[in-house]
Design a protein around this ligand. Structure first.
Ligand SMILES: [Fe+2]
Ligand SMILES: [Fe+2]
Length: 283
């Protein structure tokens, strides 16, 4: 499909996946400069199920906080607005994308396992290199491929052509996409992130996760997701990285991690497993 026609069609789809109302309420409250802990916590506490899910995830070891958090106001106070807002996205996202339709050969469980691994790896990279906020890196990793799910739900024919090409020629999904489609899953995911009013850095990290050269001001977050995605594919092997893919400063911060890919990958395995259990226990 021609890009203009594609974006026109996607604009007109009424039932694109959306985050729970509570996310947008929190987002709106945070746009006020005088947003208070009490105010934001109050919005979340109105939804009991959401409150307990948020408390559950922030207390999970893989999410990365050491102190025990026992209430929503405490979560907002200790972890901050942004982290709690991201926790709402994390605990909602699997429901948001509950696929009604099946696509032969595409395993949704594998899809989420990959996304969860990329989330944990990218959070670790952000922590180690200090080039991006770790909680943003987690969300960006978790959502980086969500464009594929939009394709399955709303552009089945396009998805199916890409899938066939991938199988037939032994290509990666992205390479198959680039060879026959004019719009790719990274752009589609970024489109959705925009509709969800995500910050620019997150939108960019999703749109650029297959890019071969990063230059933007938000390069740190994008670099974490690109690398995490490669780690999840090549595991302990040396990553096929060009020296000039990231700006120099980012390269320097990431160097020790990239040089020790084996041990970095090993260190994250237990957390990836825990995260998988948390997210996939009910699927
Ligand atoms: Fe991707
Ligand atoms: Fe991916």
């Amino acid at each position: 499909m021609e890009p203009t026609a594609f974006w026109k069609k996607i604009d007109s789809i009424k039932e694109l996946p959306t985050l729970p109302m509570i996310y947008f309420k929190v987002n709106k409250a945070l746009q006020n400069n005088d947003a208070s802990v009490k105010g934001v916590a109050g919005i979340i506490e109105m939804d009991q199920a959401m409150s307990s899910k948020v408390l559950h995830i922030v207390n999970c070891a893989f999410y990365g906080f050491r102190s025990k958090i026992s209430s929503i106001p405490q979560a907002v106070m200790i972890l901050g607005f942004n982290t709690v807002k991201n926790a709402i996205v994390s605990v909602s996202i699997l429901d948001v994308f509950a696929l009604k339709e099946k696509f032969q050969g595409f395993d949704i469980k594998n899809f989420w396992s990959h996304s969860i691994a990329v989330a944990v790896l990218s959070k670790h990279l952000a922590e180690k290199s200090r080039i991006a906020p770790p909680e943003d890196a987690f969300i960006a990793g978790l959502l980086h491929d969500m464009g594929k799910l939009i394709m399955i739900q709303h552009f089945k024919e396009e998805f199916s052509l890409v899938w066939q090409k991938k199988q037939k020629d032994g290509l990666s999904f992205y390479d198959a996409e680039r060879s026959i489609a004019q719009v790719d899953h990274a752009e589609i995911g970024a489109y959705l992130a925009k509709r969800w009013l995500f910050p620019d850095s997150l939108i960019e990290a999703i749109s650029s996760h297959h890019t071969s050269k990063i230059t933007s001001a938000n390069a740190g977050l994008s670099a974490c997701v690109i690398l995490a995605n490669l780690f999840s594919k090549y595991k302990e092997d040396k990553l096929p990285l060009n020296n000039d893919i990231f700006p120099d400063k980012i390269n320097q911060s990431l160097n020790t991690v990239i040089e020790n890919t084996g041990s970095f990958y090993q260190e994250t395995q237990a957390e990836i497993e825990m995260a998988n259990e948390f997210f996939l226990e009910n699927t």
